[in-house]
Design a protein around this ligand. Structure first.
Ligand code: AMP
Ligand code: GLY
Length: 433
């Protein structure tokens, strides 16, 4: 490899803008491309109009542009096997890819696989039973012995909508049948029924080379559209990092009880894994339980986590693909990061795109990561192009100050129908264990 590293980031959200922003700061970052990217990535990298699941075109592009490092942002190409596809081509033997092959991506692509994996490796998680149409009866009996509320999860990827939490037993039984009858298409051919865990959620991010790992700062995201966690689920309306209740003792439990056995388990099962693991956790009276695995970074958690990492990200990712993560120490900024997502009015329901975004140049002491934006060809101005539009991140040693700065800047950005939550980070400030 040349001393300069040519990089391709796959994806088009705020996570990918944050990744590109951080990679670009590296002294060894060569050419930087994002496929397909957004108006924010266009300002710091070269956007390539190729879909993240168009493996053939992506492969051709990597060969033509002599890409050295490909960072896969979203889960879909990983679950669909982009890493295995690329590995078939000897000409790409030197391309380093951050993201697991299809076998590792099952940790996210199949909830039943993930639960069985945790059970095999004694990783704390909620009690569960995975059922298919022909085992409906055992599912109904399992619902009879669980206490409400009841958690039903479609096994496969369902665009973040495949989890139902239901208070009434009869309704849970009814929904179980609906799911097995195709409520979420093929994704719910199998359904995981879970015990409900009562606690407070947080996310923990790990970068692993398959043997060693580094733990990135903890974060908490805010999934509901409304203030105080009300209303429908979204992709994520904000994030805070670090999480005050994830103290040293708690994170040590996460490392010993969850992260180590997860990586050891992958190794024992001969699943090669170079990439990020996002562990969704529930803190139940000071003990961590896994809610889910994702095989990528979170969005919008990344927009809060990456600005707090001082290391050179290209160096860290190269160490990962060289199986040398044991030599890396993560250096973090002590300040809190608060990320507020600006959404399109109506999101997560129907919304209109194409609203001109102004006043971005007036933002102060914050970072703005674009998500659903595109540059208007005529005016050259950014306009809205998705439900989540821009994530504003503010850093401050004082959490309340970080909250205020993020909010002030969120107010400054202007476009028709702008909506954001004003309570991001408030609950963790007030949290008493
Ligand atoms: P998942 O897609 O598995 O992350 O689930 C979506 C959301 O449902 C999680 O972020 C939790 O808020 C909630 N959830 C999932 N599983 C459980 C559980 N066993 N107990 C309580 N809440 C859960
Ligand atoms: N913020 C949750 C996720 O990225 O899945």
């Amino acid at each position: 490899m040349n001393s300069m590293v040519n990089i391709l980031v796959l994806g088009s959200g705020g996570r990918e803008h944050a990744l590109a922003w951080k990679l670009k700061q590296s002294k060894i970052c060569g050419k930087l491309f994002v496929a397909p990217g957004n108006a924010g990535t266009a300002a710091i990298a070269i956007n390539i109009p190729i879909d993240v699941t168009d493996f053939q075109q992506l492969k051709n592009f990597c060969i033509e542009e002599q890409i050295d490092l490909m960072v896969v942002g979203p889960e879909l190409p990983l679950v669909e096997g982009i890493v295995d596809y690329f590995r078939q081509f000897p000409v790409l033997a030197n391309l380093r890819i951050i993201g697991p092959g299809a076998a590792g991506a099952r940790l996210e692509g199949s909830k039943a696989f993930a639960k069985d994996f945790m059970q095999r490796h004694h990783i704390p998680t909620a009690k569960y039973l995975a059922v298919k149409k022909d085992s409906l009866e055992s599912g109904l009996s399992f619902l009879d012995v669980l206490e409400p509320p009841f958690v039903l999860k479609a096994d496969g990827l369902a665009a973040g909508k495949g989890v139902l939490i239901i208070n009434e037993r009869d309704q849970a039984k009814h929904e179980l049948e609906n799911m097995l009858n195709g409520k979420f298409g093929k994704a719910s051919d199998e359904v995981v029924i879970e015990e409900y865990l009562n606690g407070i959620e947080l996310s923990c991010f790990v970068l692993t080379d398959g043997e060693h790992f580094v733990m990135l700062p903890s974060a908490k995201d805010y999934k509901r559209i409304g203030e105080n966690d009300t209303g429908p689920n979204t992709g994520g309306m904000g994030a805070v990092s670090p999480v005050p209740f994830a103290d040293k003792t708690f994170m040590e439990k996460v490392r010993e009880r969850i992260v180590k056995p997860t990586i050891q388990g992958l190794k024992e099962e001969n699943i090669e894994y170079q990439g990020f693991i996002f562990v969704g956790l529930m803190n139940v009276n000071g003990d961590p339980f896994v809610i889910e695995y994702n095989v990528r970074l979170g969005d919008p958690e990344t927009q809060a986590v990456l600005p707090r990492i001082k290391n050179d990200l290209v160096g860290l990712l190269l160490a990962c693909s060289n199986h040398e993560l044991q030599h890396q120490r993560l250096e973090t900024d002590d300040r809190y990061a608060v990320t507020v997502v600006l959404a399109s009015g109506g999101y997560p329901g129907d919304f209109t795109k194409g609203k001109t975004i102004t006043c971005l140049e007036q933002l102060k002491t914050c970072l703005a990561f674009h998500a659903g934006t595109v540059t208007d060809r005529t005016s050259g101005l950014p306009k809205t192009n998705g439900g989540r539009v821009i994530a504003i991140t503010a850093l401050n040693i004082n959490l309340e100050e970080a909250r205020l700065t993020a909010r002030e800047n969120a107010e400054t950005v202007t476009y028709e129908g702008k909506y954001f939550r004003t309570d991001i980070g408030l609950d963790v400030m007030n949290y008493k264990s």
